[in-house]
Design a protein around this ligand. Sequence first.
Ligand code: PEP
Ligand code: MG
Length: 568
Amino acid sequence: MLKGIAASRGIGIGSICVIVEHELKYESKKITDIDAEKARFQAAVDSFKEETAAMAEDIRKRIGPKEAEILEGHLVMISDPTMSGEMSKMIDAGQCAESAVEAVCDMFIGMFSKMDDDMMRQRASDISDIKVSLLKLLLGIKDIDISSVAPGTILVAKDLTPSMTSQINKSNVAGIITEVGGKTSHSAILARALEIPAVLSVPDVTTLVKDKDTAIVDGTEGIIYINPEGDVLSQYIIKREEYIKKQAELKNFLGKPTVTADGENVELFCNIGTPKDAKKAVECDGEGIGLFRSEFLFMEGGHLPTEDEQFTAYKEAAETMNGKPVIIRTLDIGGDKDIPYLGMKKEENPFLGYRAVRYCLGNKDTYITQLRAMVRASAFGKIKIMIPLVTCVDEIRAVKELVSEIKKDFDANGINYDKDIEVGCMIETPSASLIADFLAKEADFFSIGTNDLTQYTMSVDRGNADVAYLYSTFQPSVLRSIKHIIECGRKAGIPVGMCGEAAADPLMIPLLIAFGLTEYSVNPVLVLTARCIISKWSKKEADELAEKIMNLTTESEIVAALKEAAKE
Ligand code: PEP
Ligand code: MG
């Protein structure tokens, strides 16, 4: 068994085809006929553009516009005068086309790969893809035709470039394994869009396997088996059948309301990071946005987004959701989320430091700009404002005061907004949990952030692998806290949701039904899974289970009992 990154769910079983990387060897020579070399270079660029445009068009038709954007991005990059201009200049100076392509691409790859931002680092891999394609065109190298591999093929490659992925015929490729790439790499995005199980970043896999080896790709767990023993293979054949059956069962939940087995309605919302993700939420049948992590807008652009830029983003999300709720969380930076241009001080304990609402209330100009953008955008949908990391009543009062000042200003200047715009808070600290009854008198709604609530309740850094064994939402202390928060919200008559990862955990869902949670906010791809699990539990059954669970004293007993009771 080999481990990698679980990049695209599902189980694939089949016969391996290794995509061999051609050595892109050439002799770097001084050019005398510059015009002829430039014509050769231009011909390669033209072919590249032609082939890439055709592949993008094909992906647009077969997979979708979002996925085609990856290859369209390559076209934009190669058409950028800085890139091709630099290459031309080097040819003018007597370098051969291959050297010029390699040197300029390597320069950009070096620059982008050093950047902190994931998206920028992804650019480095785009340029590497462009480099390889251009060199192959210049050297006359033809790749194997991925589009005509036999049915049941497991593709194994060092990296699967978007141009390779675009040739994949979904009915022939049973799985994908690569040596590099993470959950957000382009190959992962495309594999997920094609619904092909994929495990990425398996060290040295291209040298460990050979053509025609049998392989199992478990894209849910991130493991692969090469030439598995008979019993492993037969177990996986059964698992694959179960997975396929389950996926088909999940499709039955599309377009349906989210109801418990005894007919109680709850809301099933999505967590998003950008306004574009709202489309994904709609596609996945989310009933609203329960958490729009606004900090991504601040991370992407390299500068503080202006009121208009933010307004446009919030309005886009509101309009995409077409009147359904969009809960936007105000800037939640600090802790593990740094925004370099803000020049925030290095702190001894960043998770306990100057972050989220604390930073915002200390940097009022930035905060007012964001709140104004949210209130303006509320004229275009059902926007709600959510405050992160609240620890005391003063914080929510201070934010509400800012919002009411903004409303007064808008009234005076005839700017439209939703007069009933709600202001709620995340409950993700032990302090907020302990005073949830007080906070419930001030907030229009609660959303439980279990990711941080677990971290702070257990005093465990959520990113520290050494103490990860303690980081569990099923710890009795965390469960008591969740139950208490929901009870406080219910007593005060305000809705209580959950936007931490636990909201989609099949083991947690019956407990949340028992505690009376009314809104679940999950990753868009988990909407149908959550709806399916919720449909299997009645309040009575959930109550009986919760009664038992809340009397157990250790996390391991709790998890074992929940697994035993699970209805999958
Ligand atoms: C949480 O803490 O549960 C949460 C949803 O917020 P984040 O993961 O962004 O801190
Ligand atoms: Mg949080």
